[in-house]
Design a protein around this ligand. Structure first.
Ligand code: SF4
Length: 319
């Protein structure tokens, strides 16, 4: 039996793999990572360090400060945007090194980041519809599974914990209908109830820095089209330069598409839902520094890797 652990670089999927490996010590354990090319530098550090620990292997892993900036500096045209070439080259090198030091890891890359997907689709994702994760994660993983896995011998494990078990049940049902077995090793376990951070401390692995900064998940460098006001309020406070970069990208995309598309929406005033740009939200936060939001930092992934709920919705604007 081969057990494939789907990881997005989150702490939950690390603990799920650890629990599952202890439960199935004689099975083959493999790891899959669908890279958006837009993860936090410390997410890549954590992914590699965490897997090396699970496999009982010592490898050289760069610290977050050794990575180049993921952002493109200066003014640029989003029509030809293709990420920061230095960042992309660094990641390509990291993948090549991991292929030799951690051959159990399948590191999949579609080749674009979320902003390129939004531009190419002429559609900025939102809390309900996520072309970024559909194209960069789910379709890439689906294609790999169909080409390489065997339903009679392969099991796929995900890091969903007990508090999100409804998401797992939806997924497992869908995959079972297609003939595949999906499991969530943390559901029904006390390790899942306790969460990953104590286990990481025991293992001597520093939790990813986005958690330390109060982010709720460790995906896409803390940027996310599914995130709400509380998330961006935290980003504005702890990563103001990244917030400004997100706002600039949103602005560039809206100009490129020719519509005032935004990730956030707002009902202030007349209770009618309308777009709220990060520029406008930032101005509101600056004018009201006392604003606060209910927000619980945690160990959850954003879930986009396995959230198929709206995959049949249109994800591009008709020309
Ligand atoms: S974390 Fe958010 S922005 Fe990144 S791929 Fe998932 S849904 Fe898209």
């Amino acid at each position: 039996m081969t057990r494939h652990h789907l990881t997005s670089g989150g702490a939950g999927s690390w603990l799920a793999a650890k629990v599952d490996m202890a439960k199935h010590p004689t099975d083959r354990h493999r790891f899959m990572f669908a890279d958006t090319l837009y993860e936090d530098a410390d997410c890549y550090r954590f992914l590699l360090e965490g897997l090396a620990h699970l496999l009982g292997r010592k490898i050289d892993v760069p610290a977050a400060v050794d990575f180049p900036d993921y952002r493109v500096s200066g003014d640029f045209d989003i029509a030809t945007y293709a990420g920061n070439p230095e960042w992309r080259a660094f990641l390509a090198n990291l993948r090549a090194e991991a292929a030799s030091s951690l051959p159990e890891l399948t590191w999949l890359v579609e080749g674009r980041d979320p902003w390129e997907v939004f531009r190419d689709r002429k559609f900025l994702g939102n809390s309900r519809i996520d072309p970024c994760s559909k194209i960069l994660k789910r379709e890439v993983l689906d294609a790999w599974r169909e080409a390489n896995a065997d339903a009679s011998t392969d099991v796929f494990c995900i890091g969903i914990g007990p508090h999100e078990s409804h998401r797992y049940h939806r997924l497992a049902e869908r995959m079972a209908a297609a003939g595949w077995r999906y499991e969530a090793p943390l559901i029904g376990t006390w390790q899942g109830e306790l969460g990953p951070f104590g286990y990481l401390a025991d293992a001597g692995i520093e939790r990813p820095r986005l958690y330390r900064k109060g982010y709720i998940h460790n995906n896409c460098g803390g940027f996310c089209i599914k995130a709400g006001h509380a998330h961006y309020h935290n980003r504005f406070a702890v990563d103001p330069e990244r917030y400004e970069y997100d706002a600039m990208m949103e602005r560039k995309l809206a100009e490129f598409i020719g519509k005032p598309v935004t990730m956030l929406t707002d009902r202030q005033g007349d209770n009618v839902k309308k777009p709220l740009s990060l520029d406008a939200f930032g101005a509101r936060l600056r004018a009201n520094p006392q604003m606060s939001f209910d927000y619980e930092p945690g160990a959850s992934g954003c879930g986009c890797m396995v959230d198929f709920a709206n995959d049949n919705e249109p994800m591009e604007i008709a020309a």
